[in-house]
Every structure is written in structure tokens, then in C-alpha cells.
Design a protein around this ligand. Sequence first.
Ligand SMILES: *[C@@H]1O[C@H](CO)[C@@H](O)[C@H](O)[C@H]1NC(C)=O
Ligand SMILES: *[C@@H]1O[C@H](CO)[C@@H](O)[C@H](O)[C@H]1NC(C)=O
Ligand SMILES: *[C@@H]1O[C@H](CO)[C@@H](O)[C@H](O)[C@H]1NC(C)=O
Ligand SMILES: *[C@@H]1O[C@H](CO)[C@@H](O)[C@H](O)[C@H]1NC(C)=O
Ligand SMILES: *[C@@H]1O[C@H](CO)[C@@H](O)[C@H](O)[C@H]1NC(C)=O
Ligand SMILES: *[C@@H]1O[C@H](CO)[C@@H](O)[C@H](O)[C@H]1NC(C)=O
Length: 245
Amino acid sequence: MPPTTISSLVLFLFLGSVATATVFTLQNSCTQTIWLGTVSRNGAALLNSGGLSMPSGSLTQLTAPAGWSGSFWARTGCNFDSTVNGKCATGDCAGGLNCTSGGAPPATVINFTIGTANNNKDLYDVSVMDGYNVGVGVTPDGGSGDCDYAGCIVDLNRSCPKELQVIDNSGSVVACKSACAVFKTAEFCCTGDHSTPQSCKPTNYSELFKSACPSAYSYAYDDNSTTQSCSNTNYTISFCPVFKS
Ligand SMILES: *[C@@H]1O[C@H](CO)[C@@H](O)[C@H](O)[C@H]1NC(C)=O
Ligand SMILES: *[C@@H]1O[C@H](CO)[C@@H](O)[C@H](O)[C@H]1NC(C)=O
Ligand SMILES: *[C@@H]1O[C@H](CO)[C@@H](O)[C@H](O)[C@H]1NC(C)=O
Ligand SMILES: *[C@@H]1O[C@H](CO)[C@@H](O)[C@H](O)[C@H]1NC(C)=O
Ligand SMILES: *[C@@H]1O[C@H](CO)[C@@H](O)[C@H](O)[C@H]1NC(C)=O
Ligand SMILES: *[C@@H]1O[C@H](CO)[C@@H](O)[C@H](O)[C@H]1NC(C)=O
């Protein structure tokens, strides 16, 4: 081999050992089937074509390349026909089973940016800023840095105020809207004269979400310590993790 080939091989092996792929173990602990939705950002690869049916109790692993950036959320109450077109009661997206857009609010959203060889830190957070549908827990498998659990420890469908509830045909509360979605005011949406970190404050509604989901974003300028920054790890993402009450 010419020396340049050898040195690029060595370089490749070096980079390859730093920027490894990240494995997400997704776990459906809900009593019903959920349909995972996922989108990617910045031209990153779409994982599993954007969607996946996950029966209750099932476990799936998805692998994201270094530098991957995107979101995951659960869809519930979906009806897909044989061509996998259809609708979901919560978290619905364009594209049917294979999402081509983000989920319709209200939905609990998990946001990830995986590190690269240059910046080894993965950033992740769970957000109930646009409402809540199912409980979510993100747990790193070791790692170094800010590697805390992110998610919800309480079932917000149970504690959702009447004016924010989404009720299905059978009368069950299946999701909890954000106050912004319901009241559409600058105060709740952090728009207009409430669009800066100084003027956008927690409200009685965002505080309700925050007390249920202390390690999740509850409003636009929530404490940014809820964004975790962890290196050299894989992650378990649980839907309907065992709730503390
Ligand atoms: C959805 O993605 C799966 C692969 O995960 C693929 O087999 C299927 O053809 C896709 N369906 C549509 C309608 O694109
Ligand atoms: C998700 O991450 C992107 C990129 O870091 C950011 O712009 C967006 O606000 C985040 N969304 C949520 C809901 O955390
Ligand atoms: C919350 O809603 C989800 C569906 O979005 C459902 O699976 C769960 O049972 C609901 N929880 C309660 C307490 O109603
Ligand atoms: C929040 O405050 C508004 C008035 O400022 C009140 O109408 C509403 O009932 C309160 N909601 C909760 C959940 O406390
Ligand atoms: C949080 O925000 C403050 C002020 O914008 C900034 O100085 C700090 O670096 C941020 N922390 C993280 C972990 O992003
Ligand atoms: C992530 O999981 C894969 C597959 O199990 C494993 O090869 C790899 O070493 C794990 N990475 C870390 C940082 O633990």
C-alpha cells in the first residue's frame, strides 16, 4: 500500500473509534400498542423510515450514526390500512406509518443531537412544551458528563386540568394540551411582548407540567439545565415508564 493509503486508513480507524454509532433501545411499557414517530434534522438519516409499530411490552433497537439529530415521540390510537395510510388519536404525522413530518401536538417529544468526532457530547431533552400524550423516560447507559434521566415521573393525563384535556371516543383522557394551544395568548405562547427569556415566565399551567415532569421542558425558556450533555453512551427510551405517584 502507498503511505497515503496507510495514513488515511489509520485516520479512518482513529475517527471510527471516536465517533461511534449510538444505540437507542426503545421500550413500550404502555398497556397499549404505540406507534413510534421519528424525524431527523439537518439532513441526518431517517431512522426506520420514520415510524414503527410497537406492541405493548416490546423492545426495539435503532442505531443512529454519529452527528444524528432528530426527535422521537409516541403515537397512540392509530388505525393504519394495508398500505399503512391512516390516522392516530395522538401524535399523528403526515406520511402514515412512516412519518414525513413531526407529530401533531399534544405529544411528549424527545429531542436528541448525537455528538460527532469533533464534539463528542450528545445533547438530549424531553419536552412537554407542546403538551403531553404518554409518559417518557430517557436513561443513558453510563457515559460521562451531564447524563441525568430526562422525562416524566407522573401520568399527566390524570392530573390534566379539564380545559386542557383531550378526550377520546370512549371518554378517556388521552392527552393534555399546552395552555398556549388552548388560550393562544402571548403570555402562554411566549410570543409578542412575552418573547424574551426575561418576559416569558412560567405560568400556573406550565408549573403544573413542571411538577409532573421536573426533568422536561415545560415552557420556551425553561431552565436549560433540563438539556443533558452526555458522552460515550447508548440510551434506553421508555414509553410509559413506571410512574411514581
Ligand atoms: C414504510 O417503511 C417500511 C420500512 O420500515 C417500508 O417497508 C414500507 O414500504 C414503507 N411504507 C411506505 C408506504 O412508504
Ligand atoms: C430540539 O432540538 C433542536 C436543535 O437543537 C432545537 O432547535 C429545538 O428547539 C428542540 N426542540 C425541543 C422541543 O426541545
Ligand atoms: C394517557 O393517555 C394515553 C394515550 O395517549 C393512554 O395510553 C393512557 O392510558 C392515559 N392515561 C390515563 C391515566 O388516562
Ligand atoms: C390559572 O390561572 C387562571 C387565571 O389567571 C385561572 O383562570 C385558571 O383556572 C388557573 N388554572 C390552573 C390550572 O390553576
Ligand atoms: C444556560 O443558559 C445560560 C444563559 O443563556 C448559559 O450561560 C449557559 O451556558 C446555558 N447552559 C447550558 C447547559 O446550556
Ligand atoms: C452501544 O451498544 C453497542 C451494541 O450493543 C455496543 O457495541 C457499544 O459498545 C455501546 N456503546 C457504548 C458507548 O456503550
